[in-house]
Design a protein around this ligand. Structure first.
Ligand SMILES: [Zn+2]
Length: 341
């Protein structure tokens, strides 16, 4: 069965810094790619402006004002790394959040609906009071809280970006109603996300980290979904599935060393669609995080959208794996033990 999928696309053209990998060129071919391959299957959404107080379910007002002031003061860095703002960044980041919330609302208004907020700046490294890793506000965390205010108590977030979503983990670390599952390459930015980080107090057990050695690709992800992600989601029984969809685990991505293929992203999304259909009446939203090779990003997003719409993958979707994958069976067994799966 085919579905119409609500999609927001916010490319924030003024939020740009010379030579920075998180730049508007990432989005240059996404809209055309989707229009061409999913004709009649997309409901393009226009974000409604939101007020800064929509952010305060996650970020205190003092932090929101800090980002606003820093952006007003002109181009600069807002962390100890390379998270930049320009004069437009506060408004751009507000639009990214607005688009995410608008997509969520469109999903909740339709039955068995799945959507995608294709937005920048990304969000999963932003903690409650800290910009980090190109992220200013945590889009998916704000969406999680918004889903809860709309009556969906239990939220599951699956984060398949190649980097650990330290901000999202931190925000929900003691929260038993939000399950956070992250797959990521170990030993790269932000340097946390070990299997022993499992939550705190009431939230103990609702953080699941799956660090990978370099070289893991489609096969490793497939085994991980079977061994950990599927049973963890079925045990948690979420009311909605949110996905931090970063495409920087792609074999052509310049920032990391995993080797997921375009076909792999179709299969990952298809699995998540299946879980959403079985567990939460089909409710599922993907929110873009990383992905720094524009061609790989647009074709991978297209493949995810094909899976969201219940369509098939074209034959031309290649593989491109360069070397054999490391064996992660032992590490998966260890994580199963830690979480009693
Ligand atoms: Zn990333």
């Amino acid at each position: 069965m085919n579905f119409i999928i609500p999609i927001s696309l916010v490319d924030s053209p003024q939020h740009s810094s010379p030579g920075h990998p998180e730049n508007p060129a990432r989005f240059r071919s996404i809209r055309d790619e989707l229009s061409q391959h999913l004709p009649g299957k997309i409901q393009w959404l226009e974000p409604e402006p939101i007020q800064p107080d929509m952010l305060t379910t996650v970020h205190p007002e003092s932090y929101v004002r800090f980002i606003e002031r820093r952006a007003e003061n002109g181009p600069g860095i807002v962390d100890y790394g390379d998270t930049y703002v320009t004069r437009s960044s506060f408004q751009d980041a507000l639009y990214a959040v607005a688009a995410t919330l608008g997509t969520l609302e469109a999903i909740l208004e339709a039955s068995a609906s799945k959507g995608f907020a294709i937005i920048r700046p990304p969000g999963h490294h932003a903690a409650s009071q800290k910009a980090m890793g190109f992220c200013l506000f945590n889009n998916i965390a704000i969406a999680s809280r918004h889903a809860q205010t709309m009556g969906l108590q239990r939220v599951a977030i699956v984060d398949f970006d190649v980097h650990h979503g330290n901000g999202t983990q931190d925000i929900f670390y003691a929260d038993p109603d939000v399950l956070y599952i992250s797959t990521h390459q170990s030993g790269i930015f932000p340097g946390i996300g070990t299997e022993n980080e499992t939550g705190y107090q009431e939230g103990l057990g609702t953080t699941i980290n799956i660090p990978f050695p370099g070289g893991v690709g489609d096969d490793g992800f497939d085994k991980t979904f079977t061994a950990i992600i599927q049973p963890a989601l079925y045990r948690f029984r979420p009311d909605i599935l949110l996905v931090s969809a970063g495409y920087d685990a792609h074999h052509d991505d310049p920032l990391a060393g995993l080797q997921v293929t375009g076909k792999g992203y179709f299969e990952i999304t298809q699995k998540l669609v299946g879980y959403a259909n079985e567990l939460c009446e089909g409710r599922m939203m993907m929110v873009l995080e990383g992905g720094y090779n524009p061609e790989a990003l647009s074709s991978s997003i297209r493949n995810s959208c094909l899976a969201l719409a219940g369509m098939n993958l074209p034959e031309t979707a290649g593989t491109g794996v360069r070397f054999s994958e490391p064996d992660i069976q032992e590490s998966l067994q260890n994580i199963r033990r830690i979480h009693s799966l």
